[in-house]
Structures are given as structure tokens and as C-alpha cells.
Design a protein around this ligand. Structure first.
Ligand code: IYR
Length: 237
């Protein structure tokens, strides 16, 4: 590939090495990771107990390592711990959600949500010590203000959020993936620029001592994993 504008090839590869783990170490690590991730539940009752900001910061660093379309990193993670701002976010979210539950949502949708026990009350927004609001940059802004096309924005931000949730879970924290709808109020309240759209609101903290979660099941492996192996491969199923 040639650099059409500057004459410098924009593709500048560098060496990459990854520590090779032996099979036992690999098994140990993946089992430990799976055990940790098995603990993750969407929590709606949080403790107000404080969490060091350095943990949130490191988790956002991990999320920001995510792969993204053309490496454009089309995300902004806005962390809110200011109680007054959390209260404003909660008030606005509850106003929308009250409309949703009382008028806008179809019976089919409410039936699908019934096993989760959700309603319009959103106390987690004010109780959790942090609320991370993830924004997607659906286009970029060049230094001169020109729009820059972004690619695979939703996929990229979704991957970054997955990594964020994994990191926070790894640090022993509870999370909720909450999408108040519509959530345009978040851009206004948090003063985000016009190229950013709210993607997800994530309260983070410890579960309240008396927190409960719905009894739900994840699909068994044979319903989510399909393996096409070479015939005769002992790992084929
Ligand atoms: N946004 C609403 C409703 C809701 C929708 C889905 I899909 C969920 O998985 C859970 C809730 C709320 O937050 O209550």
C-alpha cells in the first residue's frame, strides 16, 4: 500500500510476540476466568459503598484497548460520581421509563421482561458510586471541524463494552447494562458534542447486602457452540 498524500507508506508494521503458555497454565487461566465471569449478574440494587476511582480508570483503559473499525476507537466513557448529576440522570431516566412501562411498551415486550422483574424505578442510578455512560461517536471530527466517516461503530463500541464489563467483573464489581429509552437526555446532561450518541448506561459498584437477582438460566454450551472439526479430531463433537 502506498501513501497517496505524503509519500510515506501509512502501513508501518512492528514485531508482535505473545507469551506462549503451556497447556496446564492455559487451562488454569481459562478456568479461573470462566469462574469469575460466571459470577457476573445484572444487578439492580447497589450498595453505596465507595470504590476507588483508580479501578474504574483501569477498567476503562482495558475497554479502550478493544479492536475497532479502522482503529477509529469511536467511543467516549463518561464516568459520573457527582450525586447531583446522578440524581438528574435518574430523574430523566425515570420520566422516560415511566412512559415506557405505562404507555409505550407493547404487551409482548412487557411479557418478555416479566422474568426480570424490572419497572420504571431506577434507584441504581443514584445508589451506585459510579455510573459510566458510554457514548458512540457515529462520526469523527477532524481538527478543522470536518466530519470523518467512522466504520462499524456499534460493533466496535459493543466489543469495548464487553471488555469493560469483563474488567469490572474481574475486579469484583457489579454492573448493570441499562438503556433508558430514549436516552438523548444523557448527551445534553453530560454536555457531549453532536457527533456522540449515548450507547449504554452502566452503574458500577458492589451489590447491596440484600440484593436479589432474577432466577434465569444461560443457554447450555451445545446451543451456543457449533464446532466443525476435522473428522477423527478427538476434540470433534
Ligand atoms: N429500558 C427499560 C426496559 C428494559 C428493556 C430490556 I430489552 C431489558 O432487558 C431490561 C429492561 C428498563 O431499563 O427498565
Amino acid at each position: 500500500m502506498t501513501g497517496l498524500h505524503s509519500g510515506v507508506d501509512p502501513y508501518q508494521p512492528e514485531p508482535y510476540r505473545l507469551e506462549r503458555l503451556d497447556a496446564d497454565e492455559q487451562q488454569r487461566r481459562i478456568a479461573a476466568f470462566l469462574a469469575t465471569m460466571t459470577q457476573r449478574r445484572s444487578v439492580r440494587q447497589f450498595s453505596a459503598a465507595p470504590v476507588p476511582f483508580s479501578i474504574i480508570e483501569a477498567a476503562v483503559c482495558a475497554a479502550a484497548l478493544a479492536p475497532s473499525g479502522a482503529n477509529q476507537q469511536p467511543w467516549t466513557f463518561v464516568v459520573v460520581s457527582d450525586p447531583a448529576l446522578k440524581q438528574q440522570m435518574r430523574d430523566a431516566a425515570e420520566a422516560e421509563e415511566r412512559e415506557n412501562y405505562q404507555r409505550r411498551m407493547s404487551q409482548e415486550w412487557k411479557d418478555a421482561l416479566a422474568p426480570l422483574g424490572t419497572d420504571w424505578h431506577k434507584p441504581h442510578i443514584t445508589t451506585a458510586p459510579y455510573v459510566i455512560v458510554v457514548f458512540e461517536q457515529y462520526y469523527g471530527l477532524a481538527a478543522d471541524g470536518a466530519r470523518v466517516k467512522h466504520y462499524y461503530v456499534r460493533e466496535s463500541v459493543g466489543i469495548a463494552v464487553g471488555m469493560l464489563l469483563a474488567a469490572l467483573t474481574h475486579a469484583g464489581l457489579a454492573t448493570l447494562t441499562h438503556t433508558p429509552s430514549p436516552m438523548g437526555f444523557l448527551g445534553e446532561l453530560l454536555g457531549r458534542p453532536p457527533n456522540e450518541r449515548p450507547f449504554l448506561l452502566i452503574p458500577v459498584g458492589y451489590p447491596a447486602p440484600d440484593a436479589t437477582v432474577p432466577t434465569i438460566a444461560k443457554k447450555p454450551l451445545d446451543q451456543v457452540l457449533v464446532h466443525h472439526a476435522a473428522s477423527g479430531d478427538p476434540a470433534s463433537r
